[in-house]
Design a protein around this ligand. Structure first.
Ligand code: C2E
Ligand code: CA
Ligand code: CA
Ligand code: CA
Length: 271
């Protein structure tokens, strides 16, 4: 048993080394990716439930890696967050989304709004708002066409500053959405101080519509909460007709999910 213990330890330490080496090289790769603009955005449509009209597009980042192919955000966003690379990465995302939006508008296409995921580090930068304004103005975009998606965990970091920052953004004309709502145990009390336009119900709740009455109860509660706070409610992760019907019946405002469309490159977005 002892020798097996030792073997296991060696295996584990080898594993640790290779993980460390691997994350180092991924970090190098990611720096290069930023320099060489290997990050691309895919867009997923959002629809109103009452009239099925398109009401937004969420920009989701991917990494077109020269050797490893197209990588999803879960494969590099956590590392980017740890290394602060998320800040320059986030600016590339915002810039690309704004540029694409202005292209669509130039082509005479009606794009109601583009939703962009914002990381806490980015929002906490002192120059976040002026830089964002400069980008939006530079591309000639109305600010209400830009929705910033933030998460509950963001608010826990430095609540007063975050709330202030969100109020400034809202006063500047941007739309704000609270992403993954229901997963962060944030205090409902704080919600009333957040100047939100939308709550996004996390897909873990949507998934179990028709299977788990508790998830359905959470969804109904969020819809009611949104209504009483005057905030729109969007359900994400809608994959089946049954889920859509449930949401429509209970007057959720909008939805997003594989049933209506997967995230696709800009050229494949149908407007
Ligand atoms: P999220 O913001 O919650 O984005 C929704 C995720 O759910 C996306 O995964 C999307 O492809 C996926 N999804 C959409 N519809 C369905 C559905 O019907 N069923 C299922 N099972 N999944 C669905 P993706 O693109 O892999 O993004 C993962 C996460 O990475 C995002 O979660 C977001 O937190 C983060 N992320 C993506 N782009 C960015 C970015 O530009 N900046 C930052 N900071 N984070 C980003
Ligand atoms: Ca999101
Ligand atoms: Ca989400
Ligand atoms: Ca998520």
């Amino acid at each position: 048993a002892k020798s097996r213990g030792k073997d296991r330890y060696e295996l584990y330490s080898e594993q640790l080394t290779s993980d460390a080496v691997q994350s180092f090289s991924v970090e190098q790769d990611l720096r290069q990716a930023l320099q060489e603009h290997q990050l691309v955005l895919h867009y997923q449509p959002q629809y109103r439930l009452d009239d099925d009209r398109l009401c937004g597009l969420e920009a989701l980042v991917r990494w077109q890696h020269p050797e490893r192919g197209l990588l999803g955000p879960d494969q590099f966003i956590p590392l980017a967050e740890e290394t602060q690379l998320i800040v320059p990465l986030g600016w590339q995302v915002i810039e690309q989304a704004c540029q694409q939006m202005s292209r669509w508008l130039e082509q005479g296409l009606d794009v109601p709004l583009v939703a962009i995921n914002i990381s806490p580090h980015q929002l906490l930068q002192a120059d976040f708002i002026p830089r964002l304004n400069a980008l939006a103005d530079g591309f000639g975009l109305e600010r209400k066409r830009i929705e910033l998606e933030i998460t509950e965990s963001m608010i826990q970091q430095d609540p007063d500053f975050v709330i202030q920052q969100l109020q400034r953004l809202r006063l500047s004309g941007y739309h704000l959405a609270l992403d993954d709502f229901g997963t962060g145990f944030s205090s409902l009390d704080r919600l009333k101080y957040l100047p939100l336009n939308r709550l996004k119900i996390d897909k873990s709740f949507t998934r179990d519509i028709g299977r788990n009455p508790k998830d359905e109860a959470v969804i109904l509660t969020v819809i009611a909460l949104g209504r009483s706070l005057g905030v729109e409610v969007l359900a994400e992760g809608v994959e089946t007709e049954k889920q859509r019907d449930f949401l429509k019946t209970h007057q959720c405002n909008s939805m997003q999910g594989f049933l209506m469309g997967k995230p696709v490159p800009a050229e494949l977005v149908r407007l």
